[in-house]
Design a protein around this ligand. Structure first.
Ligand SMILES: [Fe+2]
Ligand SMILES: [Fe+2]
Length: 308
């Protein structure tokens, strides 16, 4: 932030701002009001491609702006779902989750709750969009994309087992945010396309406790959401991390299985090829037999992949 208390506005959020005022920089480097609060760009009849390159908002309005944008993205998502275009749904989700994970703290992370509402809507179920989402691949594999895929598998699982709505919502939010801690660890280590050193792996493991601490301070009513961030790498035989616990909350167990499956089967990572579903499931059966994963949850997940 500079002395003026202004920060650059995030481009993808601009069109959603109504209560947020926008400023541009005049010739004398002073900030001048570009769009007042109370009106959108569209209402000002500014075409999207004619918006100036660098607009600014007041730094103290950053979270308020993101919240306004999240609402707008959620509406856009609902309309994408209605038009039944999985690629557009995924694109909106990626932008929305990327914007949210760029401010991983209370006041912003709670916004994904509305996203899960949209994903659980009747429209989403009628159009079978959740399953279709998983076949849309992207070239840039990231925490964002992984989180969206895990959410899609988790919601498909919840539908398959007829999970109650309120629990499904907690599962969906937990899935989207289970790796939020990854936004706060060393990004070079996170993206290293090679086998990690012991020290680097210790850094990666921190994403569980960091995510837990982040989500604990959010205003989610259900503590399973922060627990899922903490426990999704724990195993029932105590061989997981960060604590080697063998008592793991159910939501975290579901996400733990889906997390492994997604990481092994996605084909979005350029430096290694994905495993096919069948061999991945076989590998996970080995983990179930070794006592790492709950057999019933695993079976239901496997059925949810094929079941209609
Ligand atoms: Fe993780
Ligand atoms: Fe994960």
């Amino acid at each position: 932030m500079n002395k003026s208390g202004m920060i650059p506005a995030r481009k993808s959020q601009l069109k959603f701002y109504r209560d947020i005022a926008l400023y541009s920089k005049g010739d004398d480097n002073k900030f001048v009001l570009y769009k007042p609060a109370g009106v959108t760009m569209k209402e000002m009849r500014v075409e999207e491609d004619r918006v100036p390159g660098d607009l600014y908002i007041k730094a103290e309005e950053k979270i308020k702006g993101l919240q306004e944008a999240q609402k707008g993205f959620n509406l856009e998502l609902a309309s994408n779902i209605r038009s039944g275009e999985p690629a557009e749904v995924k694109e909106t989700l990626v932008t929305l989750i990327e914007e949210t994970l760029a401010e991983p703290r209370s006041g912003s992370l709670e916004g994904v709750s509305g996203t899960i509402d949209v994903m659980m809507s009747d429209y989403a179920q009628e159009t079978d969009i959740i399953k279709q989402l998983l076949s849309v691949s992207s070239t840039d594999y990231s925490t964002t994309l992984h989180s969206i895929n895990v959410m899609a598998f988790a919601l498909a699982f919840a539908l398959y087992v007829n999970m109650p709505r309120s629990k499904t919502k907690v599962l969906g939010i937990s899935a989207l945010l289970h790796d939020v801690g990854k936004t706060k660890i060393n990004q070079e280590v996170l993206q290293a396309p090679r086998k990690l050193t012991d020290e680097e792996f210790i850094e990666i493991k921190r994403h569980t406790t960091v995510g837990y601490d982040t989500l604990r301070y959010c205003k989610f009513a259900d503590k399973n959401i922060s627990l899922a961030a903490l426990e999704h790498h724990e195993k029932l035989d105590g061989s997981g991390y960060p604590n080697g616990n063998n008592r793991i909350s159910e939501i975290a167990q579901i996400i733990g299985i889906i997390d492994c499956y997604e990481a092994l089967t996605n084909n979005d990572r350029p430096y290694r090829s994905a495993m096919v579903p069948r061999e991945t499931l076989e590998l996970l059966v080995g983990d179930v037999k070794a006592g790492k994963f709950n057999k019933d949850i695993f079976q239901q997940f496997a059925y949810s992949l094929v079941g209609k």
